[in-house]
Design a binder for this molecule. Structure first.
Ligand code: HEC
Ligand code: HEC
Length: 440
């Protein structure tokens, strides 16, 4: 029995919840490529030329013909089992290469557990996916095509046979790779197209290039808070050689703590991974099971990675709402309220997540700063979304907890309640002993 089908059996036996199945909802038609789908030029303020050279793999050089093939494939719903879902359904160029849904919808109108991140600048990710389970864009592209609730193809051979039967593709693969379609070359072409989706050239990039007027006074205040009281730079730090606003590491910032039964789930995951544990099994657990909330732990099996997810880039955020790995926060103000109160306490919370004591004005300044990370082609739409979210934030702040943000709750404060309160005891004391995770 192959690792893949065995994984399927194990998943079925474990009888886990498949994320919200809305049979009545039809899958949206696949988007057609338009101007925003075109390969982007490198003449952008802030474009990291040396870093870019470094992310083109020697065995998959960029050529115009390969990029054109990759683009055709990226928009082609025939890569899915019922010809309805292309990569572009969930990574729509007109939505900043996301779907702007909390979690993504694949074939048979089934929703997964995770929010679709943008393709923009994804070539710079040290590892792909919210949990870093795939190292390269080539490896990443193998998974959604075969994931049962994303594009649903049964196996690579079926995909290749389908492409081979389409004369145009047979011709294009021959011209680009000198052979009939195969799965390795399919993912190479898609990755080459993705490596053209550069997004710099934001007011922030122009400010850093010396245009002191590129940021408003409020945005400059926000940048100072980002690097100071807000502590954002400790994970989303920016410098000219690392311009993506991420440390490329994994942290539990308390997003999945809302509903996770971490320890029983970790035990269940370890038992399942011990039996198969290939990349496609982890992919299925991440996309379509409650174990998704374990995050990086599914990849490393290290207790300190429980509930940890990749620090995301902060560019073009006003195109990629809603936020976090589960799409649980509707507005940027909600994400800021989450950080301001010190996240949601859980035994695996990163030590860097603490109450920030930010005022409403400071949160507004941070949100204004984040708008300045929008690339030029998306600015008009981002400004409209910023205005929409700003309006909501004047009346609706579900994550706001001013007392916690100001440090007035917790073990020493008057509002202390529950096992962890809002400011728990030392993290190390609360961590599970790794030895206790293995079995009963
Ligand atoms: C049904 C919706 C859906 C489809 C179809 C889909 N994706 Fe995704 N994509 C997602 C979701 C959800 C994630 C995040 C999953 C995770 O991290 O566990 C993701 C992650 C990614 C990432 C990683 C980005 C990052 O920052 O980590 C890339 C790159 C990507 N997809 C490219 C593709 C390509 C190429 C295709 C087509 C072969 C495709 N996707 C098809 C929903 C989809
Ligand atoms: C301890 C590290 C850490 C710190 C400090 C931190 N972040 Fe994050 N950030 C992350 C991680 C990890 C994620 C993804 C978490 C998840 O989805 O579970 C994230 C996600 C985000 C997102 C959502 C991105 C998306 O695409 O959905 C935003 C917005 C964000 N951070 C802004 C900020 C701001 C603003 C600050 C400062 C107030 C900050 N972060 C401080 C690690 C950090």
């Amino acid at each position: 029995m192959s690792g893949r089908s065995r994984a399927g059996v194990i998943l079925a036996v474990a009888a886990m919840t498949i994320g919200g199945v809305y049979g009545a909802r039809a899958t949206m038609p696949a988007p057609k490529p338009d101007a925003l789908a075109e390969p982007k030029g490198t003449d952008q303020a802030g474009f990291p030329e040396r870093l870019y050279k470094f992310v083109i793999p020697p065995d998959n050089p960029q050529t115009a013909a390969k990029v054109a093939l990759g683009k055709a494939l990226f928009f082609d719903p025939r890569l899915s089992v019922d010809n309805t879902v292309a990569c572009a359904n969930c990574h729509d160029p007109n939505k900043g290469f996301t779907d702007q849904l909390p979690t993504a919808m694949g074939v048979h109108a089934k929703f997964g557990q995770r929010n679709a991140p943008t393709i923009l600048n994804a070539m710079f990710n040290i590892e792909q996916f919210w949990d870093g389970r795939r190292p390269t864009l080539e490896d990443q592209a193998r998974d959604p095509i075969l994931n049962p609730i994303e594009m649903g193809m049964p196996d690579p051979q079926t995909v290749v046979r389908k492409l081979d039967a389409i004369g145009e593709y047979r011709q294009q693969f021959n011209a680009v790779f000198g052979s009939a379609p195969n799965y390795d070359n399919l993912v190479k072409a898609i990755a080459a197209y993705e490596r053209t989706q550069l997004a710099f050239d934001s007011p922030f990039d122009r400010f850093m290039a010396g245009d002191g007027n590129a940021l408003t006074a409020q945005q400059q205040r926000g940048w100072a808070i980002f690097n100071g009281q807000g502590r954002c730079m400790s994970c989303h730090g920016w410098n000219p050689t690392r311009p993506l606003f991420t440390d490329d590491r994994f942290h539990n910032i308390g997003v999945s703590a809302h509903n996770a039964a971490f320890v029983p789930h970790a035990r269940q995951a370890l038992a399942m991974l011990a039996q198969a544990g290939g990349p496609s099994q982890i992919d299925q657990m991440a996309i379509a099971s409650d174990l998704s909330e374990l995050g990086r732990f599914l990849v490393t099996k290290q207790p300190h990675d429980i509930g940890a997810f990749r620090t995301m880039s902060l560019r073009n955020l006003f195109l990629t709402e809603p936020y976090f790995h589960d799409g649980s926060q509707a507005t940027i103000w909600d994400t800021l309220d989450h950080y301001n109160k010190g996240g949601v306490q859980n035994p695996y919370l990163d030590g860097g997540i603490v109450p920030l004591g930010l005022s409403s004005q400071q949160e507004d300044d941070l949100a204004a700063f984040l708008l300045s990370l929008t690339s030029q082609p998306y600015m008009a739409e981002a400004k409209a979304e910023y205005a929409r979210q700003f309006k909501i934030s004047r009346t609706t702040r579900p994550q706001r907890d001013t007392a916690a943000a100001m440090g007035l709750k917790g073990s020493k404060g008057p509002g202390f309640s529950g096992p962890f309160g809002d400011i728990g005891p030392g993290q190390s004391a609360m961590r599970q002993n790794p030895a206790s995770l293995g079995g009963d």
